[in-house]
Design a protein around this ligand. Structure first.
Ligand code: HEM
Length: 72
């Protein structure tokens, strides 16, 4: 995934068709709360190793993304 892609449309929950994720509002709320809480606790987060991608024909995802977290 390239977060700098252009256009950068939101794709995580489907593209708005008949099977658009029914839980998208709950999932967005959970992720927002998680980041709000996390950002209050840490001062720095940096990647410290290689990213491992999931090997799958169906799902594109990250399996391992090692980071070093510095607490406030
Ligand atoms: C970060 C969390 C989540 C992600 C990334 C996600 C992603 C997705 C995706 C990609 C689809 C298929 C969309 C499509 O085919 O157009 C989907 C469908 C669905 N999701 Fe989620 N989802 C998440 C959380 C949730 C939660 C929390 C719930 C329920 C509480 C939920 C319930 C559903 C249901 C019921 C469908 C099927 C909708 C249908 O086929 O009509 N999801 N989700």
């Amino acid at each position: 995934m390239d977060v700098t892609r252009n256009p950068n449309e939101h794709m995580a929950f489907g593209r708005g068709g008949p099977h658009m994720c029914l839980g998208n509002s709950l999932a967005r709320l959970e992720v927002r709360i998680m980041f709000e809480d996390l950002l209050g606790r840490i001062s720095k987060m940096e990647r410290v190793g290689e990213i491992d991608h999931l090997r799958s024909n169906f799902v594109n995802g990250i399996k391992r993304f090692p980071v070093k977290v510095t607490l406030r």
